[in-house]
Design a protein around this ligand. Structure first.
Ligand code: Q46
Ligand code: ZN
Ligand code: ZN
Length: 308
């Protein structure tokens, strides 16, 4: 396979773009393709201060790398969830995130859930959601912490490494159940609806997972290969598998599924009725909540206290 630009040895073939590229041309293409998505969806500008949610995995580190190369002001945030004990998944992924930040002279903010709030995510889930996977608790806590850090640090937007495979899998899940509310909120940019809730942006929404992986490898980014142990058997992984089957039969199917959805929504075909919910300030942390009194995050920690 030859590079379509220089005739050198191609490191990747992208059938959906009818494009094969060598390492140098792939990196160049990848960076400018990301920039085009940033501009297309008006994600942020060069004056914006960005907070990149870094997990230590390929997508978030590749994103931080690309944003830095494009000259954006991007700092990282790593949330240590306490999964897998002292040398388990969380500890190993934190080391990768820290090593990347050091090697590139970038600022990484670390929030350790156990040190900050007194209990790790698996322990918190065990106490409050007996026996169930910690993912619901984990998602809630991560969202809260990201919003808090972004608000306290005065960041304009939180950038996450979600790629096309992630978005298409979630879209498939939401479409199969016609989850109108979720479909209405699935977008490359989620504008801020409250001063304490930062704008969320996903600059990799047009990029396939194999492209972000290839970018990380070609750039020599040392990332954590393992998935979180709690991701095993998740429905998202199942839908990703289905979409990969579709993609192998029909190259570009994933991209067109996602882009057609965005277009349909723009044209009002979904016309999701967003209920305007009244927001109150949480009495403890100040973050907005639809509940009176405490937000879901603060209620979770109350439950933990009650359970001993
Ligand atoms: S939610 Fe669940 Fe992930 Fe948290 S517990 Fe692991 S798999 S890390 S994105
Ligand atoms: Zn080339
Ligand atoms: Zn609260």
């Amino acid at each position: 396979m030859k590079c379509n630009k220089c005739g050198g040895v191609a490191v990747i073939g992208m059938r959906h773009h009818r494009l094969a590229l060598c390492a140098d041309h792939f990196v160049e293409w990848f960076i400018s393709y990301t920039q085009r998505a940033i501009e297309k969806y008006h994600m942020f500008g060069s004056d914006d201060q960005l907070l990149v949610a870094v997990s230590g995995g390929k997508d978030s580190l590749a994103l931080w790398d690309v944003l830095s190369q494009l000259g954006y002001r991007a700092e990282g945030m790593y949330i240590c969830l306490g999964i897998g004990g002292d040398d388990g998944y969380s500890a190993a992924s934190q080391l990768k995130a820290q090593a990347f930040a050091e090697a590139h002279g970038l600022t990484l903010h670390v929030v350790d859930v156990r040190q900050t709030y007194g209990t790790s995510i698996p322990e918190l889930a065990r106490r409050t959601h007996r026996g169930r996977k910690p993912c619901a608790v984990c998602g809630l806590v991560k969202r809260h912490i990201m919003n808090r850090v972004a608000y306290e640090g005065g960041y304009d937007a939180i950038a996450t490494g979600h790629n096309l495979d992630d978005e298409a899998a979630v879209l498939m899940q939401n479409t199969l159940h016609w989850q109108a509310g979720y479909l209405g909120r699935q977008a490359p940019v989620l504008p801020s609806t409250h001063p304490r809730l930062a704008r969320k942006v996903k600059p990799f929404v047009h990029l396939y997972e194999r492209e972000t992986a290839a970018y990380a490898i070609v750039r020599g980014i040392d990332y954590i290969y393992d998935e979180c142990p709690h991701a095993v058997g998740s429905t998202t992984i199942f839908y990703k598998g289905l979409l990969n089957q579709l993609e192998s039969r029909s190259p570009g199917a994933k991209l067109s599924f996602y882009l057609s959805f965005l277009q349909a929504r723009r044209e009002g075909l979904l016309s999701v009725q967003e209920k305007t919910l009244e927001l109150n300030d949480c009495q403890r942390c100040g973050q907005p909540t639809t509940a009176p009194g405490l937000c879901a995050f603060c209620r979770l920690w109350e439950q933990r206290m009650d359970s001993g």
